[in-house]
Design a protein around this ligand. Structure first.
Ligand code: CDP
Ligand code: MG
Length: 787
């Protein structure tokens, strides 16, 4: 494909192809925004003519650039048709008629706020337009900050054909200094970053990870060739650590700004700051909601560019009485739509993976029962941890006669657009993180959504034709119980991580940081306190050596502290294994409904000796490693291979970071107490003590908590309870709290209370643990009986 000179035209996006034709037929009427049209014209002619020649030439002797070539597609003709179809599709998006105006606005202003309804093409098109207009390269005579000349367009397209290095070299040969620049686009969600990058790479006919790539935590799918980079907002935040002026970027697009995630809010302050001294950096703030004035005000009255959406009427239905069980109501509604309504796909908004899996299962079961009496219902789940290969399924067109039902988390509210949706089912809930700055406790809670969210959700049904939205709550609820807008994350989350990042960027005065909405001062104080307790900051609030090392790890400060502390206890190997297993989340163990007993038995094997959940995770990792990372072994032990592979991947990266902060890889498997002490060094805030009732109480800021049923310790106490009464440990340390029916501790390990004083003397006094000291000599069982 890349050796056929004719293919160059096909690779070229529509715009300059037309220009090229005009140019050839002598009708060239070039639209330059530049004051110096003549000069621009001259540039154009020179580079364009030469450009075409050198590209064609290079393609002809493509052999020389073999390794710079994009990978060959096995079926060229199909690839070309697909590419052509995608190019046609691009022209049908609402944003397309505004392409020139938008590029002009970007050229005229450093900061631009862009507003357009979800699905109008902001995320997938704007970076491509910028690329086509030359923003992915910089060079003498056609600098990206001046005029987007056709030469630039051609040159940057040549990058696609030749690969970045070859192009730079070629231009250099022609005495044109040229450096390719990145267009970066941030997304609040991992899945969105990945799937949008995949889509854009398809549209451009390139391999994902080459010219178009993505970067999310622990997964960098970019290369030397990358010129358009989709990434999570958190990743861009981390990039400031290595490149404080973002020198490799020509444009930063902060997308989905209305989501107001913590990282996005912090990015606002940072990009606003660098835009003052990097006048060549373009900033685009894009949002799906109409209240863009706030963004504009914040960015010194930046102009607002509105992309008029196409919206069809949406019929909204409320329930007449509140629903007791919205899961059940959602299932019934989906089936009713399926049986009674004309064709069109259904989108159901749910709060998380577990809920989605439950409904998936029930729907499959119920429709199976109906057999051929109803049309086929294709069920497509989508949530953050869904394996990549399954994510693409939601975008596949629905076959004739069938109906698709997409079970999605909030991700489908604005980040992802699925074509063909005609019906929306909205139970009115989402999961949000909430943080209590007083106690320092953070939990994930199911909350009612805001009115703004409800409107967004409804709007998803009216993109391609009139739609219907079924709200599983009453009109009264909507009017009276829902807030207008969600509270920005910065005002309801633990700030320790962000504070550590800002401190390592040298931003010390956090109180006067340019926040769009400042966090509660209590939360800021709590974060400083926590970092001080972790010894990441000194008493003057300055970063310590430990803090500097901690900031290297893309982890929560408690986890990074545990890793840094492992140096002292000579068990860094074990601790990074545990950290990576914890980072994978709660998807290590697999528990099929029909084999629960087997699965539980297999799981308990890793808990032999009642070692606690952290060590059990370590045992899982080490056993898997011993089998040479065997997949079979995972099946036999009811362990999810995919999660393990991810853990291994994360571990490799943590190993690299250990080296960077100069911590020797050391192993101390014979001394589990050392490992537990390292864990305690990071997680001493999370200690709890057993009560007479069998519940636990957190040591600081007393609160009643329980061991999560999935914990090996809960299991042990349950099976032994009838025989030996109870072997629940008196003191424990936990990884996190989750609130379901009760406040549960997840990932729990036994602790010796004297460690708290030994490890965190500035945080715990003797009185916090003194009754433990009194009963310390007693064997554990008796100690408990004496209570
Ligand atoms: O960002 P915005 O919501 O304005 O729109 P977009 O994400 O750029 O989507 C534009 C079009 O691309 C929509 O019609 C999507 O259905 C399509 N798209 C897709 O087919 N696959 C993706 N992974 C992402 C977008
Ligand atoms: Mg978007």
């Amino acid at each position: 494909r890349y050796r056929d000179p004719g293919a160059v035209d096909k690779m070229d996006p529509f715009a300059e192809q037309e220009e090229w034709e005009n140019y050839q037929s002598g009708k060239a009427n070039l639209k330059y925004g530049s004051k110096d049209k003549k000069q621009a014209s001259a540039d154009y002619q020179y580079v364009f003519e030469d450009g075409v020649d050198f590209i064609k030439e290079s393609i002809m002797d493509g052999v020389n650039y073999e390794d710079e070539m994009p990978s060959e597609n096995p079926d060229d003709s199909i690839a070309k048709t697909v590419l052509h179809k995608l190019q046609e599709e691009r022209k049908t998006l609402p944003i397309y008629p505004y392409r020139e105006q938008l590029l002009q606005a970007v050229q005229d202003h450093q900061v631009l706020v862009i507003v357009g309804e979800t699905g109008s093409g902001k995320t997938t098109q704007i970076p491509q337009y910028l690329h086509e207009a030359g923003y992915t390269k910089r060079g003498q005579g056609f600098g990206h900050a001046s005029t987007p000349t056709a030469a630039c367009i051609l040159a940057s397209n040549a990058a696609l054909v030749l690969g970045r290095k070859a192009l730079e070299w070629r231009l250099l040969e022609m005495n044109i200094e040229c450096q390719l620049f990145l267009v970066g686009c941030t997304q609040p969600r991992r899945v969105a970053a990945m799937s949008v990058a995949a889509r854009v790479s398809q549209e451009m006919g390139v391999k994902l990870g080459h010219e178009v790539g993505y970067s999310i935590r622990f997964e960098d799918c970019t290369s030397e060739k990358t010129i358009m980079k989709y990434m999570t907002d958190g990743m861009l935040l981390r990039e400031f650590l290595s490149e404080p002026d973002l020198a490799s970027y020509s444009v930063i697009m902060v997308d989905e700004a209305h989501e107001r995630t913590l990282s996005t809010d912090i990015l606002f302050g940072l990009v606003k700051d660098i835009s003052r001294f990097r006048k060549d950096l373009k900033l685009l703030i894009s949002s799906a909601t109409l209240d863009a004035e706030k963004f504009s005000d914040y960015f010194d009255s930046a102009p607002i560019f509105k992309i008029p959406g196409r919206r069809y009427p949406v019929e909204i239905h409320f329930t007449t009485a509140p629903e007791a069980d919205y899961i059940d109501a959602a299932i019934v509604t989906v089936l009713q739509i399926h049986v009674t309504q004309p064709p069109g796909d259904i989108l159901v908004f749910l709060t998380g993976q577990e809920e989605i899996e439950t409904i998936d299962e029930i729907l499959k079961h119920r429709t199976r029962g109906l057999g051929t009496k109803i049309a086929e219902l294709i069920i497509c789940p989508i949530y953050a941890n869904l394996p990549t290969e399954l994510q693409a399924k939601i975008f596949e067109p629905t076959p004739e006669g069938a109906r698709k039902v997409v079970l999605a988390t909030n991700i489908a509210e604005t980040s992802l657009t699925i074509d063909g949706i005609k019906y929306v089912v909205d139970p009115g809930f989402c999961k949000i993180k909430s943080f209590n700055p007083r106690t320092g406790m953070e939990s994930l809670l199911v909350n009612p959504i805001s009115k703004a969210s409800a409107m967004q959700r409804a709007g998803r049904s009216g993109r391609t034709g009139p739609g219907k939205c079924f709200r599983l709550y009453t009109a009264y609820n909507f009017q009276n119980d829902l807030d207008d807008n969600a509270v920005p994350e910065i005002q309801r989350t633990n700030l320790a991580n962000v504070v550590l990042t800002l401190k390592s960027l040298g931003i010390n005065d956090l109180v006067n940081f340019d926040f769009m909405d400042p966090p509660p001062s209590e939360a800021l104080l709590k974060a400083l306190e926590q970092l001080y307790a972790l010894n990441a900051l000194n008493s003057r609030g300055e970063l310590t050596k430990t803090g500097r090392r901690m900031a290297e790890f893309p982890l929560d400060p408690m986890l990074s502290k545990m890793i840094v502390a492992s140096e002292k206890y000579k068990c860094s190997e074990e601790v990074i294994s545990i950290s990576s297993m914890l980072s994978v989340g709660n998807s290590i163990f697999y528990r099929p409904k029909d084999k629960q007993v087997h699965a539980d038995n297999a799981r308990m094997n890793f808990h032999t000796g009642n070692v606690g959940d952290h060590i059990a995770l370590l045992n899982v990792y080490n056993s898997w490693k011993e089998t040479n990372y065997s997949t079979q072994w995972c099946y036999e032990n009811y362990i999810q291979v995919r999660s393990m592979k991810r853990a291994r991947d994360i571990r490799d990266q943590l190993e690299g970071l250990l080296e960077r902060v100069e911590i020797e890889p050391t192993s101390n498997l014979s001394d589990l107490d050392a490992v537990k002490k390292a864990i305690t060094s990071g997680f001493f805030h999370h200690s709890a003590k057993l009560q007479k009732t069998g519940a636990y109480k957190t040591v600081k800021n007393p609160q009643t908590v329980y061991i999560h049923p999935s914990s090996g310790l809960a299991e042990a106490s349950f099976s032994f309870i009838t025989i030996f009464c109870c072997v629940l440990p008196r003191w424990v340390i936990y990884h996190e709290l989750v609130l379901t029916t009760k406040e549960y501790m997840r990932q729990v390990t036994e602790l010796k209370p004297e460690w708290l004083i030994e490890i965190a003397p500035h945080f715990y006094q003797l009185k916090d643990v003194e009754d433990a000291a009194a009963t310390k000599k007693l064997p554990r069982g008796k100690g408990r009986a004496a209570e």
